[in-house]
Design a protein around this ligand. Structure first.
Ligand code: SF4
Length: 691
């Protein structure tokens, strides 16, 4: 590495590829870091072009305030922060403390997520805090916590993926969402491993598979039960493992008995032969690994879908075995760390429950407050957004790094709610669709302008490094959070000089929790290419692999859970005869606030296409690249048609990275998974019109 180069990590997805940045008169150069083991120098096109956002002309460079004429105008920081503090005080005086809400993000560093939770619980005294990870990881997280005792997306390092003799990807498309992951798939296949992909679409990942099962959207749980049925029938279970290390299997076995292949084919449209072939591969290939992602999780029964696949991995005795087990592919850059340190409605730092008396006492001691003053659990993200401006709901909302106008289901309704607030403050580096509705917009620093830590999909804590300072009138979110803490009367509790000091407090706060960072030394993160939590206590080397001997549950055993498959919250009918499903493109990230501003990316993927099988397009008299209107019970949107044989005939796919008329979440369904608060973003009923 040359003297002027810094080693940091990509600002986008949860792979957190290592990258090196350097700056000269020609601009900022980005290259993959060959020494970082996760990506070994590879980057996808998003990573390669990430520096384009830093000096982008759209960049916010000063706070903005909404004036009496309804327009946003530049303002000084003092004036902007005064407006926030006054607005919060007025709302709390009139409506109570919980009427101020905080909305965070899985893109925030660990230190920001931690400080955001502390700001809400200590300085604002509100229970109303949640984050956009609720729309991303919450179903898998809840299922893993209940079944395995802890939620770490991958409880093993990525290198284990290459060792799996059978690898099942369920609702996951890493070939397009995180291309450097492909090296693990390629190594797995080169070693003779089989890849099974379960996904309604013939994605690029599915094209690599030995076997592709294509269930109807929202029927994954029945597929899992059908596979367990066949494995029981074939006597392919690991009975010693089940007896020694799990509980609850008899109930799950009894449930699976009702999912014989003919019935599963009727429920899911997966042919019996395909199901039997998948069961045969799972019965014979060792080690076997199952990885889920948003396709299976963003459903109104997302947790139970995930239970189905955890049950399979447990029944095969693969959890805790090297090259085997169960994991989930986290999406957002700090989707993992962002759900560990207290910006979730029901959680305190260290992945502690906010209703756990000992956790409350621990945090109260770290924060120097009375346990009685800590609020309890608040509403989940979509519940909070759904009641904005209502009696008993949130009246002032502080948003950090999130764009719910594009990413929340029933997005038009949510935008209407945001307009009803007494105060909406948004901190972001571009004027996102949500920031455009705000009363106060704060310009924040970008990834190459700040220090901090992120936790990737493996639970590996890595360092984000600053290449250059932010522009003169731009502040880091940590500076803003500290200033707000001070203005709300807690100067001593928010007197941090920078990310490292916050990290040191986070270590104390997490000590003894499920996600224990107490043994992670700032310098050791560099020395060891990141440190895997849990690292309980000084000098701990970190824990790359979990579950080898026991599960962190009360009994030390993993827990099987009944799946009870049901229909999705909304299924096609005469009026809305097709399924609508949503997902990602290689070229874009989340709500597209950043990537829609990168010239190379927008050239490659300029708009939201509605993707449909040629036979479906013919049925509706539609032509490729022509206009198409999609209508659901929530509203309608206009898209460009893309005809593709990758699609099943009964399903339309639209990527969710676009705003305005093409924001597909204006059409999606807000039904929530009862166990996790995850909305049913992946499946609803739609009608197609040729206009
Ligand atoms: Fe960045 Fe993810 Fe692409 Fe890696 S795969 S370069 S982390 S967006």
């Amino acid at each position: 590495m040359s003297a002027a180069e810094i080693a940091t990590h990509c600002p986008y997805c949860a792979l957190q590829c290592g990258m090196r940045l350097s700056s000269d008169a020609g601009g900022i150069a980005v290259r993959g870091d060959p020494s970082f083991p996760v990506n070994q120098g590879a980057l996808c096109i998003k990573g390669h072009t990430a520096a384009a956002t830093l000096d982008h002309p759209d960049r916010l460079r000063t706070p903005l305030l909404r004036g009496p004429d309804g327009a946003l105008r530049p303002a000084a920081w003092e004036e902007a922060l005064d407006r926030v503090v006054l607005g919060v005080r007025e709302v709390q005086a009139r409506f109570g403390r919980d009427a101020v809400g905080v909305f965070g993000s899985g893109a925030l560093t660990n230190e920001k997520a931690y400080l955001l939770g502390k700001l809400a619980r200590v300085a604002l005294g509100t229970r109303s805090i949640d984050y956009n990870g609720r729309f991303c990881m919450s179903a898998a997280a809840a299922a893993a916590n209940l079944a395995l005792g802890v939620d770490r997306g991958l409880p093993f390092p990525l290198e284990d993926v290459s060792l799996a003799q059978v690898l099942v990807l369920v609702g996951a498309n890493p070939a397009e969402t995180m291309p450097p992951f492909l090296r693990y798939l390629e190594a797995q296949r080169a070693a003779g491993g089989k890849l099974i992909v379960i996904d309604p679409r013939r994605t690029r990942s599915a094209e690599m598979a030995s076997l592709h099962l294509r269930p109807l959207p929202g029927t994954d749980a029945a597929v899992a039960c059908g596979l367990l049925h066949l494995l029981v029938r074939e006597g392919a279970l690991d009975t010693p493992f089940i007896e020694a290390r799990t509980e609850g299997f008899p109930e799950v076995k009894a449930e699976a008995a009702a999912f014989w292949p003919e019935r599963v084919e009727r429920l899911t449209a997966v042919p019996q032969a395909g199901l039997m072939e998948a069961a045969r591969l799972l019965a014979t290939g060792r080690p076997a690994m199952i990885l889920t992602a948003r396709g299976v999780e963003q459903q109104s029964q997302g947790v139970r879908n995930v239970f189905g696949f955890i049950n399979l991995a447990l029944a095969l005795g693969q959890v805790g075995r090297r090259g085997g087990g169960f994991g989930t592919l986290t999406g957002q850059g700090n989707g993992q760390g962002g759900r560990e340190h207290g910006q979730k409605a029901d959680q305190l730092p260290g992945y502690r429950r906010i209703d756990d008396p000992s956790a409350r006492l621990h945090l109260a001691a770290v924060w120097g407050v009375s346990e009685r003053d800590l609020p309890g659990a608040g509403p989940s993200a979509y519940e909070m957004l759904s009641t904005l401006g209502e009696p008993g709901g949130v009246r002032a909302l502080l948003v950090f790094g999130s764009n719910p106008v594009v990413s929340a289901p029933e997005a038009d309704r949510i935008a209407g709610r945001l307009r009803r607030l007494e105060l909406l403050m948004v901190s972001d580096f571009f004027l996102s669709e949500t920031a455009a509705l705000a009363d106060v917009v704060l310009p924040s620093a970008q990834w190459a302008e700040e220090e901090g830590t992120m936790t990737n999909l493996e639970g590996r804590v890595v360092r984000r490094r600053r290449l250059r300072p932010p522009p003169p009138e731009v502040r880091t979110d940590l500076q803003v959070l500290c200033e707000l803490g001070r203005r709300f009367g807690h100067a001593s509790r928010f007197g941090f000089e920078g990310a490292r000091q916050v990290f040191e407090e986070l270590r104390l706060a997490s000590a003894g929790g499920r996600a224990d960072y107490s043994g992670i030394e700032w310098e050791e993160i560099d020395a060891r290419d990141g440190v895997f939590w849990p690292a309980p206590g000084q000098g701990h080397p970190g824990t790359p692999r979990l579950f080898a001997d026991r599960f962190p549950t009360e009994s030390g055993r993993a827990r099987f859970h009944r799946v009870a498959p049901t229909e999705p919250a909304e299924v096609p009918d005469e009026e809305f005869p097709l399924y609508l499903t949503t997902g990602r493109l290689l070229e874009h990230y989340q709500s597209g606030t950043q990537t829609r501003r990168v010239a190379e990316l927008i050239q490659l993927a300029p708009l939201a296409s509605a993707c449909m099988h040629p036979a479906t397009a013919r049925r509706y008299g539609l032509r490729d690249r022509g206009p198409v209107t999609l209508v659901t019970r929530r509203g309608s949107g206009r898209f460009t048609l893309e005809v593709s044989r990758r699609m099943p005939e009964e399903t339309v796919f639209v990527p969710f990275h676009f705003g305005g008329e093409a924001a597909v979440n204006r059409l999606t369904h807000g039904a929530l998974d009862p166990l996790s608060g995850m909305p049913a973003l992946k499946s609803c009923a739609v009608r197609v019109e040729a206009r």
